[in-house]
Design a protein around this ligand. Structure first.
Ligand code: 13P
Length: 334
């Protein structure tokens, strides 16, 4: 795989006014989302729900690609078209979550390290054959009393870089996701410091593992107040802090940065992205790779009546894609 092909895929992922829909919830995570609206967590319900999302009419106007879960990339529409083929036929790039989840980091109470490097080369080769052209690996950085430790930040950065190098060898664009978690009562300044240290360590590790940044996408968390913090920073402060943090840590050659929503409301996630893109010329496109902030309205509708609300649920997916696509251009009007 040439770097030109990787770079082309990466650029297409962050094409102007387009972003990613994350529908890569593991079976355990989708169980929680389904339980919150009273849907039974069966394989057929998971398939039908992912079909509803992916076959939303005109989704490709604002969505460049979707991140799938291992089960999902092996599933098909009710008419028997594999989801990855359906996406490619409709101008959307199939992506795949390849990490095996965050597990307790030995010697570091309260901290996690993401696992999944063993056998990864073979899994990536298979995913490529199944049609995936980018992959995602999520690291989790918790903020709390005396954490994160340097050990946690560096262990996760090392794993992300090893994963990214393997992806590029196998022809997949690595989406590297170090998520600084919003839970906690920390203020926005603390989030800034932790995000800065995390990104610095990540780009250092990517350099050490010979990862080509031209063929890499960063999936970042925003610099934002902890959910339990008494003083919540407003959209302007979130936008300015996030952009300043990225400018001081992320090389300009990176094709793009996409954000996770991380528990923000639909409106907040769109407002924050829009505010960042209104700050003027930036070194990279800033777009979205939202899971909950793309799906939660649709899931609620679908749960009420899967048949009768099918079209209405798809309409909300399209609307969320459109709003976030406009925010990726700084053209969202609230
Ligand atoms: P949220 O937008 O719900 O945080 O999910 C995005 C994602 O893919 C996290 O890995």
């Amino acid at each position: 795989m040439s770097i030109e092909q990787l770079a082309e895929t990466a650029q297409a992922m962050v094409a102007p006014g387009k972003g990613i829909i994350a529908i890569d919830e593991s079976t355990g995570t989708i169980a929680k989302r389904f339980a919150s609206v009273g849907i039974e967590n069966t394989e057929e319900n998971r398939r039908a729900y992912r079909e509803l999302l992916l076959t939303t009419p005109k989704l490709n106007e604002h969505i460049s690609g979707a991140i799938l879960f291992d089960e999902t990339i092996r599933q098909s529409t009710k008419d028997g078209v594999p989801f990855a083929k359906y996406m490619a036929d409709n101008g959307m790039i199939p992506g795949i979550k390849v990490d095996k989840g965050a597990h307790p980091l030995a010697g570091c109470p309260g901290e996690l390290v993401t696992e999944g490097l063993d056998g990864l080369r073979e899994r990536l080769q298979e995913y490529y054959k199944l049609g995936a052209r980018f992959a995602k690996w999520r690291a989790v950085i918790n903020i709390g009393e005396s954490i994160p430790s340097g050990t946690c930040i560096e262990s996760n950065a090392h794993a992300l870089a090893r994963y990214a190098a393997l992806c590029q060898e196998c022809g997949l664009v690595p989406m590297v996701e170090p998520e600084v978690i919003m839970d906690g009562d920390h203020d926005i300044e603390t989030c800034y410091e932790v995000t800065e240290a995390t990104l610095r360590s990540l780009f250092d590790a990517l350099y050490q593992q010979n990862v080509l940044l031209e063929g890499t996408i960063l999936k970042a968390s925003m610099v934002i107040s902890g959910k339990g913090c008494d003083e919540q920073a407003d959209a302007e402060e979130v936008a300015e802090s996030t952009v300043m943090c990225l400018k001081s840590t992320v090389p300009a050659i990176l094709p793009g940065v996409v954000f996770l929503s991380g528990g923000q409301s639909d409106e907040q996630s769109t407002e924050h992205l829009n505010a960042m893109n209104q700050l003027g010329q930036l070194p990279w496109p800033l777009s979205f790779s939202y899971g909950r902030a793309m799906q939660q309205a649709a899931l609620k509708l679908w749960a009420k009546d899967m048949k009768a609300n099918h079209a209405a649920a798809q309409k909300t997916v399209y609307e969320r894609a459109k709003e976030n696509g406009l925010a990726a251009l700084g053209k969202w009007n609230g």
